[in-house]
Design a protein around this ligand. Structure first.
Ligand code: MRU
Length: 322
């Protein structure tokens, strides 16, 4: 199942709001279609948002639009994943936006495969790995970042088990990560987010591997709930790894400068379309956490694994701890 593909000057996006029960592609013929798809999370996950945005720029180029103006509009679609800004700027600097977008599409797959290879080295035979949200093929063009590491370990023949946090309120873990693991025949169990600490306390988790929406000075940003998982992992001595490609690195900002997307209160007020909380309840719905470096064992990249302490002034990451 492809997350997205380009055919006859149109972008096809697998509608992730309908997964896993309905498989439907949205056809985008304009850059505005792509913006709507990013805002409504038809396409989601940092690398996938980046590549879709690149194709949005390509659509605008083919339609003869003012690319500087379109770039501002596309960058406005969601604030936290840095891949969106990285991808739009890269296409803006390119001679041919369509060729660049197609190049980024292929590059994403290769990057994830290299990341998987590096990451698989820290996964041991018999490990049970906990993951949060969906940093899988669906969050990318293919293969995935955190789930790419798990896929690679499985492809190497290691017997592993996966635990997926459901990831309230949009349920990327329950709907998307569990589905991806089942398709690969990797043993997987689903838990509510609040059970992650309990399972670590019981000694049932050997590693945590999650993705990132941004790696910045001082740590990473990832789906809400990631901080609680990291804190529990620290308390129970479970190694906590983050898998992220270079396109997710922001070398300018600190994690505390990142704009954290606040989403619709309706996502929290109810469940599966039914109101659960009393009418009129006030809500906070931050969509991302930031996790400081002192809670991170290593960052798995396509170039190798970086230790946020030992490599605290790594030229690639500049991940100084504070
Ligand atoms: O809001 P989403 O679904 O776009 O959230 C982003 C994510 O998918 C996760 O935070 C993920 O773990 C990192 S992206 C590979």
């Amino acid at each position: 199942m492809k997350t997205m593909y380009w055919k006859d000057d149109l972008l096809y996006l697998l509608d992730q709001t309908l997964l896993p029960h309905e498989i439907e592609y949205l056809v985008c013929g304009t850059y505005q279609d792509v913006i709507t798809a990013i805002k409504t999370m038809i396409v989601r996950g940092a690398p996938a948002i980046g590549v879709a945005a690149a194709f949005g720029m390509a659509l605008a180029y083919l339609a003869g639009e003012d690319l500087e103006e379109v770039a501002c509009q596309i960058k406005d679609a969601r604030p936290t994943a840095v891949n969106l800004f990285w991808a739009v700027d890269r296409v803006l600097d390119a001679e041919d936006p369509l060729i660049e977008a197609l190049h980024m599409y292929e590059e994403d797959i290769q990057t994830n495969r290299s990341m998987g290879k590096h990451g698989a080295a820290v996964i041991d035979e018999g490990d049970t790995i906990l993951t949060h949200c969906n940093a899988g093929a669906l969050a990318c063009v293919d293969y995935g970042t955190a789930l790419g590491v798990i896929r690679a370990a499985h492809e190497e023949g290691k017997n592993i088990n996966v635990i997926c946090d459901e990831t309230r309120p949009v349920l990327q873990g329950a709907r998307l990560s569990v589905w991806e693991m089942q398709q690969e025949n990797i043993p997987v169990k689903l838990i509510v987010d609040g059970a992650a600490g309990r399972l670590m306390q019981e000694g049932q988790v050997n590693k945590v591997v999650i993705g990132a929406d941004r790696v910045a000075k001082g740590g990473i940003a990832n789906k809400i709930g990631s901080l609680m998982v990291a804190l529990a992992a620290k308390r129970f001595n479970v190694p906590f790894y983050v898998a992220a490609p270079k396109s997710t690195f922001d070398n300018e900002n600190s994690i505390y400068d990142i704009e954290i997307e606040e989403r619709n209160p309706g996502e929290v007020l109810g469940f599966a379309g039914c109101q659960a909380a009393p009418i009129g309840t006030e809500v906070r719905n931050p969509s991302f956490d930031v996790v400081p470096s002192d809670l991170i064992t290593g960052i798995i990249t396509e170039e190798g694994i970086v230790d946020p302490f030992k490599d605290s002034f790594h030229p690639l990451i500049n991940l100084f701890y504070f």
